[in-house]
Design a protein around this ligand. Structure first.
Ligand SMILES: [Zn+2]
Length: 467
């Protein structure tokens, strides 16, 4: 059996710095932490790993850690064939170096993954195991199943949109027809008077709410600041967490969080298309607080460092984890900024920062709330397109007509679907599943939200938990 991450850590890491339980650790010598910030940060990681070592007490955990290490190595191996697959990795750097050097063929990855699935099934948790251990086992097993599906796709297996989303994200999006969007489109029709088609009138309406390029950074900073303050009132984050923002072009997405490990994120904002004022809070919450940045920070803190669960040192993009990540990031927007609160904040702070008329904020958000009801039209266009029933141009037409995407945005979205395929369901279906789960569990949305992003829950378990 391969040595586990923790075994290796025990052998290769320098002695642990002062720990409360130092006396229990035979080989740990208490030492003073001095030196540069980087050394201190490393010392903190060493301390965390040692603490995890001391807490990993039973054989079951050790066996799961060894299986989890094999999973991480397989994710890194798939990353050699699929550039989008490994979204974040902050485990031992030699595992990545080894994956790069080995470049295992897909067939070999598939065969090792099948063996590992059997081993994980055989390592079922004891009936009296605590909830977190049970969730860990189910989660690892399902994440691996998604890896096997992705490998099979890379080897040429064709799945329908729904088969694919079920295999990769543990969920499938409801089907809609044109008629499902007619009611909302007719409400918008009367809300946006004037000449021309509805999409032209909506485009014209929205063009009055673009953040000028030179004000973009100031508006984003104000939004990030507010999202962070609100989040910190409810969720404790480890000291030193931070992120930086970069403005980029030529991407199929509008924003992206690249989690770097060590409680840091790089957030990229795509400026290819005009950025409307609502994107400030949306992106700041979704990519930052309480969205992806907070989610990743808490996974690193609670799962990897505190418990030593090494599978959380890697994030495979095409996996059930993404439905939880995107769903909580989108639902987090309304947790941090409930509707009335948000309009008030936009009116008072962001509209003036963007040089827009504050008195228009309420109307703008009323129209956007209606347009948001069309969001599943994007899933439908992607389903028809990926299932080969319509071509790229017709998919963009569909998004334009039933989702009110401007033409350039519809074309950008089709490029996104080409690259990420059924991943699109994670945003709206993910948000709705997370919302229904959290709202069925009590009134303290922040507490439930924090609990959800601090535990390894599968999308399908959100539904079962509600029934
Ligand atoms: Zn996201």
């Amino acid at each position: 059996m391969r040595e586990s991450f923790l075994d290796r850590a025990a052998r290769t890491l320098p002695p642990a710095p002062r720990l409360r339980r130092t006396a229990d650790a035979q080989s740990a010598k208490a030492g003073r932490v001095r030196g540069t910030r980087a050394q201190r940060a490393r010392a903190a990681i060493v301390a965390a790993v040692w603490l995890a070592l001391l807490t990993v007490s039973d054989a079951q955990d050790r066996s799961m850690n060894s299986l989890a290490e094999q999973y991480v190595r397989l994710v890194l191996a798939v990353g050699q064939h699929d550039a989008d697959y490994v979204d974040a990795y902050y485990g031992p750097s030699e595992w990545r170096t080894e994956a790069e050097a080995q470049k295992l063929p897909l067939a070999e990855i598939a065969s090792r993954a099948a063996t590992l699935a059997g081993e994980i099934a055989a390592a079922a948790t004891a009936p009296d195991a605590d909830e977190m251990s049970r969730l860990r086992h189910q989660y690892l097993s399902r994440q691996l199943e998604a890896l096997r599906a992705r490998v099979s796709m890379l080897m040429g297996t064709k799945l329908t949109f729904d088969q694919e989303s079920k295999a990769l994200y543990d969920a499938s999006s409801p089907t809609h027809t044109e008629a499902d969007f007619a009611g909302v489109l007719s409400q918008l029709d009367s809300r946006l008077p004037g000449k021309g088609s509805l999409i032209d009138r909506y485009d014209a309406f929205r063009s009055r709410y673009v953040i000028p390029r030179e004000r973009l950074d100031a508006v984003f900073k104000a939004a990030i600041d507010a999202c962070r303050r609100r989040t910190l009132q409810h969720i404790t984050l480890p000291p030193g967490e931070s992120f930086s923002v970069e403005y980029v072009t030529g991407k199929s997405w509008s924003g992206y969080n690249w989690y770097q490990g060590n409680y840091r994120s790089l957030i990229q904002v795509n400026t290819d298309l005009p950025i409307y004022v609502d994107r400030a809070i949306d992106l700041a919450c979704h990519e930052g607080y309480p969205g992806h940045h907070v989610y990743n920070v808490l996974l690193e803190k609670n799962m990897l460092r505190d418990r030593g669960w090494v599978e959380f040192s890697v994030y495979a993009l095409f996996s059930p984890q993404s439905l939880i990540a995107e769903g909580t990031a989108n639902y987090g927007i309304e947790v941090a900024f409930p509707r009335a609160d948000r309009v008030e904040f936009e009116r008072r702070v962001l509209f003036p920062a963007a040089g827009l008329k504050p008195e228009n904020a309420a109307r703008y958000y009323e129209v956007l709330a209606l347009v948001d009801k069309l969001s599943y039209s994007g899933n439908e266009a992607a389903r028809r397109y990926l299932d080969g029933r319509i071509d790229a141009r017709a998919a963009a037409d569909w998004m334009e007509k039933y989702g009110l995407y401007s033409r350039p945005r519809a074309e950008q979205r089709v490029r996104f679907v080409d690259q990420y395929r059924s991943y699109v369901i994670n945003y709206n279906l993910g948000r709705d599943m997370v919302a229904a789960y959290i709202e069925s569990r009590g009134r303290d949305r922040w507490a439930e939200f924090a609990r959800l992003i601090s535990s390894p829950r599968l999308p399908s378990s959100l539904i079962h938990a509600r029934n």
